[in-house]
Structures are given as structure tokens and as C-alpha cells.
Design a protein around this ligand. Structure first.
Ligand SMILES: Nc1nc2c(ncn2[C@@H]2O[C@H](COP(=O)(O)OP(=O)(O)OP(=O)(O)O)[C@@H](O)[C@H]2O)c(=O)[nH]1
Ligand SMILES: [Mg+2]
Length: 366
């Protein structure tokens, strides 16, 4: 009897010990190598609450949507604005209506006027008399304004002036535009392309922000470095770069907050994050400004502030599947001189596509 009790106690001790070890292993994997240095940054309580690691969702390019499928609202609003512009003979009203339609589609006043003038000049030079023949001229003008931009996403740390080490892509933009979601989608895409990644939960404004990014990290089975609510975003990004370097990872995708707890200026904070990201082994090779396409001209003025303050290398335009008018794509290129590098066409993991100017313009007019 006594022997049986001793065996039962021993079994209980062994099972409890292995449970504790397993939990510690899981936390270590979800958190970071550099934790020992900055234990106050790590939100262990939140990590313990997060869901168990799911089976990795593999990126499936065949599941990626096309502009044609998802630009339905933009297309119907543009054809609504264009109304009778492309029917009947050409007269003075045609040019006014065309200019107005372009402005209403969010293209921006100056660019709309330029496009209208260019189409008018070409129509006159080419003896075009029927307005239906203007469609091709307008499309060409739009494609022209979107051409000649470098849309590649670089991980070339040497070309960016750095030393060998992890490349860092920094995601900036006001709250709610889709930064975290874009990083989640990219984590899947870049992992499928063979890159090893670390995600940096640099949005420490909301506790839920790190939780949201952790869920995306688990979907693609990539490492994530996160901080407690209110932790210094720069220190989280710094730790992520150190962790990536220790693992020989290629790329750090760094999330940032769209607003701040303190009175510190957001742009100053982002400049600091960028500086600190390069303090160790990392080099920032892309600073991607995330813009919500549905915010139209308001989104454009926010974008200008970011583009002036941080060295933006390209735009990720999200929610083009929503109620966006589409013209914002032209405005970003013409007014900001920045290329749209990626486009969000939905909330799913595959709903992020590369921008292609011809395909985009064709989809708008189909
Ligand atoms: N339809 C659509 N929804 C999107 C797209 N990208 C993001 N969203 C949604 O937009 C909402 C905000 O996205 P987040 O990724 O949380 O935005 P954020 O910029 O990280 O926001 P903050 O963390 O508050 O600064 C979420 O509900 C996303 O699912 C897109 O391309 N299309
Ligand atoms: Mg976010």
C-alpha cells in the first residue's frame, strides 16, 4: 500500500515538472532571445494567454484575388462619375465633365486638370471626334502617370548603406489603416518565398495590438518579439533585430502604433524607432507607409505628413476592395511621388497583391 502511494506521488511530481518545462519552452519560443537583457519589456501574462500554435497556413498564390475581382466599387463609382462623358460627339462640355469625373474619383484637382488637358490635346492632334474613342486616351494617361516607379521590396542591406545583418521593413501610418494586417499577410508571403522572419510588435499603445500580431505570427509560424503595453517601441524593435541576428533571420517586419500614449510627437517617435532599428545589426531597407484607400483626400493629407517626416520608400494601399474610389492610386504617385508597392484587397491572408498599373487601370474601366 505504502509502495503504491509513493509511486503515485512520484508520478504526480514528474507530470507537474514536465508541464512547467513545456510551458517555459513555449514562452521562450514566442518571446525572444534577448529577454534576459530587458525582462520588463516582455508581457509574459499575455503570451501565456495566447492560443496554441496552429498549423502553418501556407501561402497559396492561386488564392490571391485580382484587381478585376475586387475593384467592383471603384469601377462602378468611376463609371457613374463618367456618366455620359464617353458617348456622343465631343464638345466643350465633354472636357469639363471629364475633368469633374476625374476629380470626383479622388485623383486630385491638379492631376485631373493635367490629364484632361493632355487627353484634349491628343484628341485634337489625332482628329478624334467621337467621345467613345477618348476612353483609350484616358487609360493611357493614367498608365503613364503610374509608370516608371520602382515597386520592388528590397532586403539589400548593403545597397541601403548597411553591414551584413537582418533587413528591417518598418510599417507606419495612422491607426486603423491596416498596418498589422498587412504585416500578417506579408509574414505568410515572405515565409512561402523562403525568407526567415521575425515580427516586431512595436505598437505598444494597445495591449491587444501585440496579441493581434501574435495571432498572425502563429498562422505563419514565425517568431515574434513583443513588449508590454506602454513599453518603448524602439526597444521592442531593437530586441527584434537582435533576435533576428542571433537566428540568422533575413528580415524583421516591424509594426508601429498610429498614435501615442504620451504627448511625444508621433513623427519624432517613428524617427527614433528607425534610428534604433539600425543601432545594432539591422538596416532599414523599406519604410512602408500604409494608407487606407477609402479615406480619399483625408488619407492623402495624412500621407503627406508621414512622407515629409520619415523617409518613406513606398506605399501599401489597403482596402481597395472596399468603398474606395480608386483615384487615390493616381494621387499618391502624382502628388507624393511615391510608388504603391502592395495593395490590400481584403482581410484574408492571401488578400495582398503586388501593384500592376496596366492591370489596375484596365480593371477600373472594364
Ligand atoms: N476590406 C479590407 N479590410 C482590411 C484590409 N486591410 C486591413 N483591413 C481591416 O482593417 C482593420 C484595421 O486593420 P489593422 O491591421 O488592425 O490596422 P492598424 O493600422 O494596425 O491599426 P492600429 O493598430 O489601430 O494602428 C481590420 O479590421 C482589418 O481586417 C484590406 O485590404 N481590405
Ligand atoms: Mg495595428
Amino acid at each position: 500500500m505504502l509502495f503504491a502511494i509513493i509511486i503515485a506521488i512520484a508520478a504526480f511530481v514528474i507530470i507537474s515538472a514536465s508541464f512547467v518545462v513545456l510551458r517555459r519552452d513555449r514562452n521562450a519560443e514566442l518571446i525572444i532571445d534577448g529577454d534576459a537583457k530587458t525582462p520588463e519589456v516582455v508581457d509574459v501574462a499575455d503570451v501565456e494567454m495566447s492560443a496554441p500554435t496552429e498549423v502553418r497556413e501556407i501561402e497559396d498564390p492561386s488564392q490571391r484575388p485580382t484587381f478585376r475581382d475586387r475593384l467592383t466599387t471603384a469601377r462602378s463609382s468611376l463609371s457613374g462619375f463618367l456618366g455620359g462623358v464617353f458617348s456622343g460627339g465631343i464638345n466643350t462640355d465633354t472636357w469639363e465633365s471629364l475633368e469633374e469625373a476625374l476629380i470626383r474619383a479622388d485623383i486630385g484637382v491638379a492631376t485631373s486638370t493635367e490629364i484632361m488637358e493632355a487627353v484634349k490635346a491628343e484628341a485634337e492632334a489625332g482628329d478624334v471626334t467621337e467621345s467613345e474613342n477618348l476612353v483609350g486616351l484616358v487609360k493611357d494617361q493614367l498608365v503613364d502617370r503610374l509608370s516608371g516607379f520602382d515597386r520592388s521590396l528590397s532586403t539589400d542591406v548593403i545597397a541601403a548603406g548597411g553591414e551584413p545583418g537582418p533587413a528591417v521593413w518598418l510599417f507606419v501610418g495612422v491607426n486603423g489603416v491596416g498596418k498589422t494586417t498587412t504585416i500578417g499577410k506579408l509574414a505568410s508571403r515572405e515565409t512561402a518565398a523562403g525568407k526567415s522572419l521575425v515580427l516586431a510588435a512595436g505598437d505598444t499603445f494597445r495591449a491587444a495590438a501585440a496579441e493581434q500580431l501574435t495571432m498572425w505570427a502563429e498562422r505563419s509560424d514565425v517568431h515574434i518579439v513583443r513588449g508590454a503595453k506602454g513599453a518603448d517601441p524602439s526597444s521592442v524593435v531593437f530586441d527584434a533585430v537582435e533576435s533576428a541576428n542571433a537566428r540568422n533571420a533575413d528580415l524583421v517586419l516591424a509594426d508601429t502604433a498610429g498614435r501615442l500614449q504620451t504627448k511625444m510627437n508621433l513623427m519624432e517617435e517613428l524617427s527614433k524607432v528607425r534610428r534604433v532599428a539600425e543601432k545594432g545589426a539591422g538596416t532599414v531597407t523599406e519604410t512602408l507607409l500604409v494608407v487606407d484607400a477609402t479615406t480619399g483626400q483625408n488619407g492623402m493629407s495624412q500621407a503627406k505628413q508621414f512622407a515629409d517626416a520619415v523617409d518613406v520608400t513606398g506605399v501599401v494601399l489597403t482596402k481597395l476592395d472596399g468603398s474606395a474610389k480608386g483615384g487615390i492610386v493616381i494621387a499618391i504617385h502624382s502628388e507624393l511621388g511615391l510608388p504603391v508597392k502592395l495593395v490590400g484587397l481584403g482581410e484574408g491572408i492571401n488578400d495582398l497583391v503586388e501593384f500592376d498599373e496596366r492591370e489596375f487601370v484596365e480593371a477600373l474601366f472594364e
